[in-house]
Write a protein that binds this ligand. Sequence first.
Ligand code: 2P0
Length: 333
Amino acid sequence: MNLSSCTAVAGTNIALVKYWGKRDVALNLPATGSLSLTLKELGTRTTVRFGSHFGPDDRVRLNGQDPDDKTRSRIGAFLDLVRAHAGISARAEVVTENSVPTAAGLASSASGFAALALAASRAAGLILEPAQLSALARRGSGSAARSIFGGFVEMQPGVFSDGTDAVAAPVPEGDGWPVRLVVAVTSEGAKHMGSTEAMDRTARTSPFYAGWLESVPQDLQDARAAIAERDLHRLGTVAERSAMRMHASAMAAAPPILYWTPSTLAAMQTVRGLRDSGVAAYFTIDAGPHVKVLCEAADVPQVEAALSATPGVLRTVVASPGRGARILHETTS
Ligand code: 2P0
C-alpha cells in the first residue's frame, strides 16, 4: 500500500432546493433529494498525509489553528472511515484552509468534507469513482456530497439502507449559465443552532415536517425543468418556496428554531423590491440569518447596491458557479 500526500480543493455550495431531515442518522442519509449550485470563490483547500510516525492521534490544523474538540472528533471519525475502507491504521496530518470569508455565513462543512474526502482517500491509496466520493463526503456532511461536483448538482436521497445510492450527480443542462449568488452578510460570527441538531428537532417535533417532505419532489422537478429551460424566474421561484418551507418546518418545531433576524427580513423585502422594479432576483436562506440572492451576472451591481443599502446588511459577497472537487497535487512516498 502506497501512502502519499494529497492536496485537494472543493467549492462550497448553496442549495436552491433544500436538504432538511435525515432518513438515517448513523449513515447520514437525507430524507429527500436536494439541488444546489457549487461556488467558485468560496471553498476549502486540504492536504492530507498518512504516516506511521504521527503517534496515536491525527493532527489537524484548521485555518492555521487547532480546531475545537467537536471539529477534531468529527474529522477523526471521518478519517476512521477512510482508514477502514483502505485497510490502514496510520494516523494522518490534515492541514485545511477555508477561503470562505470569516463569518460569511456560508457553511464550510460542504466544501470542507468534500475536499477532505478527496484528499484523504487519495492519500490512503484509494481511487474512488465520483459517486463513491460523493457517498464518502456525505458521511462527513450531507451537503458535502454535492460539492464533489461543479455547477448545478442534484442529490438523490436513495432507497438502499447502506446509502450507496444516496449520492449527488451534476445537472449538466445548467453548465455555462451565467447566474450569480450575492450573499448579504447580516451578522458577524454569531453562533446559531447547527443544522444537524435543528434537522433532528424538526423531524421529531414539527407538525409541518411531513408537509415539508411531501413538497420536495415537486420542487426538484420544477428546479430541473427551470435549469433545462434557463428560466431564472422559475428557478428563483422554486428556490424561495423551498427556503420558506424549510424554515417554516423549523419554526414549528418545539422549542421553535428561528434563524431569521430583522436584517434577514429586511433583505428579503429588498429582494421583493428589486423584482417589483424589474430585476430578476430571488432569495434563499440557510441555517443562519444571511440572505443569498440568485440573479443574472449582469444584474449583480444593482443587486449588490440594493442589499448594501438595506438596514442590517454588513457587506455582500458575490459568488459564481464553480467546478467540482479536484486534486491540486499529490506525492507518493
Ligand atoms: C442545504 N443545509 O441543503 C441545507 C439547507 C442548511 C440549510 O445542508 O447534518 O451541514 O452535516 O448532514 O450538510 C447544512 O446541513 O448537515 C445543509 P449534516 P449539513 O444546504
